[in-house]
Design a protein around this ligand. Structure first.
Ligand SMILES: [Zn+2]
Length: 128
């Protein structure tokens, strides 16, 4: 009788083990059925921080094409910077071959010395 009980206990434990093994195998099968893991599933560190910022509509490392501004006093070109100044290159006219370089400082909007477009420095922090 005691032997039987012991046997039952063992088989129940074995069954439990088998169940967890099946569940684990099922998990693995589901993951592999999805094909190659996406960047969202496997990205870590700086890449993940950048991706999460992009999802919120932020572009902390200037990965995307810059937004278009008219460059007027009311709608100056926004230049994000982690410091208090940034070197700006202005292509004053669309087909210009020379770039006008100048330092843009924090504070009021500045104008390009050649064409007069307005540029404004906006401070921003990096996520990392
Ligand atoms: Zn210019």
């Amino acid at each position: 009788m005691a032997g039987r009980l012991l046997l039952r206990g063992c088989s129940a434990a074995a069954l439990q083990l088998r169940r967890t093994a099946v569940v684990r195998a099922g998990h693995r099968a589901m993951a592999s059925a999805g094909g190659i893991p996406t960047d969202e599933e496997q990205a870590t560190g700086l890449e993940r921080a950048t991706m999460e910022a992009l999802k919120q509509g932020k572009d902390p490392y200037s990965i995307l094409k810059p937004k278009h501004y008219t460059g007027t006093k009311e709608d100056p070109h926004i230049v994000p910077s982690i410091g208090n100044k940034r070197l700006v290159g202005c292509l004053c006219e669309e087909d210009n071959t020379a770039i006008v370089w100048f330092w843009l400082h924090e504070g009021e909007a500045q104008r390009c010395p050649s064409c007069g477009s307005h540029y404004k420095l906006i401070h921003h922090d990096l996520p990392h």
